[in-house]
Write a protein that binds this ligand. Structure first.
Ligand SMILES: [Zn+2]
Length: 250
């Protein structure tokens, strides 16, 4: 393995979570020659269908997997892992089993960086909260089997601009953001990744109005993170007093 090449593993609940939260970052690191992997826990069969008429949940799941594959192609994701849990069910699943599945992929890929949702799931969605918990547990479990040089850094992603355009209100218990990644040059690709999720046009329109029509103006210059664990230890999570610093994920 080339030591200069970093492996970044993103772990989310639904097809489209990756594009809403991290598409610019994923593309940025891929452009720089690093490897980007994505675990998606469900196939999104509980979501809306947009303009598509689908007759059953299986059909919607297949469509959303196809859309996710297309987004991954846009973003140059090295490999997509689908866990195929039922959409909306993650909070009722065996958390240990889910964590074991993620752990086995961590041990296989040995990522330098893992990104998942924060404890409030950004939107409060129970699937988002569950995948965050399972991922945190998986990181701790994998550390028990890894050498310390293999320990990853764990980040939570936040979308502080998510509620700028839609009427819903954000969950209250957001954790402080400790860094932002500059994605000024990846905004168009982020827009194209969002566009791949054609069936989710209503959700995309709510958070990123115009993007589905090819206007990427609402896509911001940054994506936001909280570094929560590195070198086998919890990080000190402090809100910076003079603005959020620009960071690299490492
Ligand atoms: Zn989601």
């Amino acid at each position: 393995m080339n030591p200069m090449i970093k492996r970044l593993l993103f772990v989310f609940a639904h097809p489209d979570d990756e594009s809403f939260a991290c598409a610019g970052t994923m593309e940025k690191y891929r452009e720089a020659g690093h490897e980007v992997y994505l675990i998606c826990a469900t196939s999104g069969c509980g979501g809306k269908t947009g303009e598509y008429l689908v007759s059953c949940k299986q059909e919607l799941a297949a469509l959303r997997e196809q859309e996710l594959s297309q987004a991954c192609e846009v973003l140059g994701v090295s490999r997509l892992y689908l866990l195929r849990y039922a959409d909306g069910s993650l909070a009722n699943q065996d958390l240990n089993e889910m964590a074991l599945k993620i752990e086995s992929l961590i041990l296989q890929l040995n990522p330098h960086v893992i990104v998942t949702f924060p404890p409030n799931g950004v939107t409060g969605h129970r699937d988002h909260i569950a995948i965050s918990q399972a991922t945190q547990q998986a990181v701790l479990q994998s550390e028990e089997k890894q050498m310390s040089s293999e320990f990853c850094s764990l980040y939570f992603t936040s979308i502080p601009h998510y509620y700028d355009y839609c009427a819903d209100s954000a969950p209250t218990d957001a954790i402080p953001i400790t860094g932002k990644v500059n994605i000024a040059h990846q905004r168009k690709i982020k827009g194209q990744a969002l566009q791949a999720h054609r069936s989710q046009i209503y959700s995309v329109n709510r958070a990123y109005p115009g993007v589905m029509q090819g206007d990427y103006g609402v896509i911001g210059q940054y994506e936001y993170y909280t570094k929560v664990r590195a070198d086998g230890k919890c990080c000190d999570i402090q809100e910076s007093l003079d603005g959020i610093p620009i960071i690299e994920l490492c």
